[in-house]
Design a protein around this ligand. Sequence first.
Ligand SMILES: Nc1ncnc2c1ncn2[C@@H]1O[C@H](COP(=O)(O)OP(=O)(O)OP(=O)(O)O)[C@@H](O)[C@H]1O
Length: 685
Amino acid sequence: MAPIRPAEEAERCPQPSLSEEQEASEYLVARCKKIRTSDYMLFSSDALVHIASDSKASEKYTWLGERLRLTFKMMRSDSRLIRTMCHSHGLMQCSSKNPQVNVIWMGAPVKSVKMRELMPWQRLNQFPRSTELTKKDRLYENIERSKSIFGEAYDFIPEFYVTPRENQKMEIAFDRVLKEVTAAGGELCFPGEFIVKPTNSRQGKGIFFANSMADIPAEGPLLVSRYLKDPYLVNNHKFDLRIYVAVTSFYPLVAYVYSEGLARLASRPYDTSASSADSNEYVHLTNYSINKNSTSFVRNESMSSEDLGHKWTLGALLRYVENEGKDAKLLMLRIEDLIVKSLLSIQNSVATASRTTLRFACTNFELFGFDVLVDQALKPWLLEVNLSPSLACDAPLDSLLKTRLIADLLNLACVPLLDKKIIDSVTPALRKSMNASQDSETSDPDELELDPKCAKTLKRRPVGLKRSVLTKKIVSGNTSLIPNTEKKFDQIVRKVELEEGRRGDFIRVFPRNGTWGMYSPVMEDLGSDDFDERLFAEVITKKNMKNSSEQIATSSSSSSSSHSTFSSSAFSSMRIEEVSDLFHDVMMECSKYPSLADVPIEVREIISPWYEEASEYTKKITQDGETYASKLPTIRSTARLRTKSCAEFYEVRKVQMAKKKEAEAAAAKENEPVVLQAVAAKRVV
Ligand SMILES: Nc1ncnc2c1ncn2[C@@H]1O[C@H](COP(=O)(O)OP(=O)(O)OP(=O)(O)O)[C@@H](O)[C@H]1O
């Protein structure tokens, strides 16, 4: 069944009439009834259409958040999109110090002590230790580690070294490359055989090229990686892909890829022979933040053309690839594969940290921005993974895509609908329980009980949310407040099932039909819990069994078999481990298997449903005849709900920002324009 988009869900309720008050109140009653059947907030990009005008229409999105007094806070982030989305759904922004908040949006790594304080109804956009993925050197080292354990299945990052600790190895690599190139009668690549990046920089800052140790400065750490000099070109321009990935659980792993993404093109044609040094950055780096400064950069101001200028949609790029006679959907399966493997490479670290850090299941979710470079054989290479990828809406297509992305992401996060009164009354008891369980590590957390006073308060049910999961649990009395590992697992299973109807344009890539068989041989053993295997059994196998028994019941003549099992005749002569080996070979060897037709039948049978689903990536993101808002709305002041302390903070901040801008403008006048230099001139920025 196709997932219900929140907008559709909202549309099922009667529309409020602007003229007749009675009709409006009937609408609210109907909406109220509808919402009570759900325990979680529904976010919709449509809400943003109405928030700018003082119209009644926006009430249908804001009234519930306002009535329950839901709140959000933003820390080390000032994303206008997140603020607009939350305000459009009636959430009030509170100060960064407020602990009683529903949604926390962090733009930088969160300390584990903060995560320990998370309450079951709170949602935080980060997992502990996910920086293992988002710090460049850690990402590369983690994948390299998996490669050393599981072999070529993890061959999707360029050869790399981290300075200064791998200087010796790097010197040998420089010599080796020089010998290889001269033996082949060629010349070292322009602008360099290696690309060098500070491990914690962003937006292309500090990048330069190197051909020998003499080009590497002593200070570090720097990530020196092999420059992929044969990129797939679009109209003779290099590009990279920004793929959005949501993770709602690391152990068991539950990962989604957004079907809409971006392709960022270099603003000058690709050329490795020689070129004027001052254009290098616009030829070899595809960062939007760099190329937007190029005189050749063309901004896409149109909503109807997805392939105009130097920032395209992912779908437009894939359609271009298809028009060139290549298998774009197989490319996307390979990208999904490298995403799953990157997440698996840090699963152990995150799971270990989560065990001691996260008291409740389902409180965390995370959005990653995967940057992928595609080479001429159509092999995707992972360049880096971004923590809190840019949500700036600089172009009409940007704002359309990112607004939907954030609405769908927050729906996956499942923000509980819980009145502030309930939260306020439960919190002290829950905190007491959490502290108690922390003090006595050996005691069984299941023994902890809620203060009877609290249960009594809850029984009054201030807004009648009697189906709220949390309320139900606490009111029922003798239940645990801090779930043990098994209970957490059950909650995750239920949430994954719930996510299926709330995923919008996200495609679940793990777990899905066939993933356990294909990936378990390249996954680390995380202990006797076997959560990944058990989740697969709960969410995939059981569903398949149900579907096949329904199929048998409805059509006795049906002979089709499930893709998740290996009962097909094609597998009769092959063991599952052999099919898995073949699968990873197919994922890595792009020249050997350029299209689905070249993929051996054993693997094809498994990936065919994934391949069909990959059609979602190639679709246009707008529909002909429909109109869309081309930029983020300015929220009307009455809807910009902020707590007093938060409003004061913003006043101070406004003054600080104005001062900072003035200082920057003065500094910019003094500085020379910065350009990327080739190897000879070395440093950038
Ligand atoms: N190994 C490589 N081979 C070829 N090109 C590369 C390689 N590594 C990086 N690039 C190019 O350099 C650009 C910047 O690299 P990268 O994304 O790793 O840096 P960044 O500064 O972290 O960028 P951002 O955070 O804005 O995504 C890439 O978009 C890509 O075009």
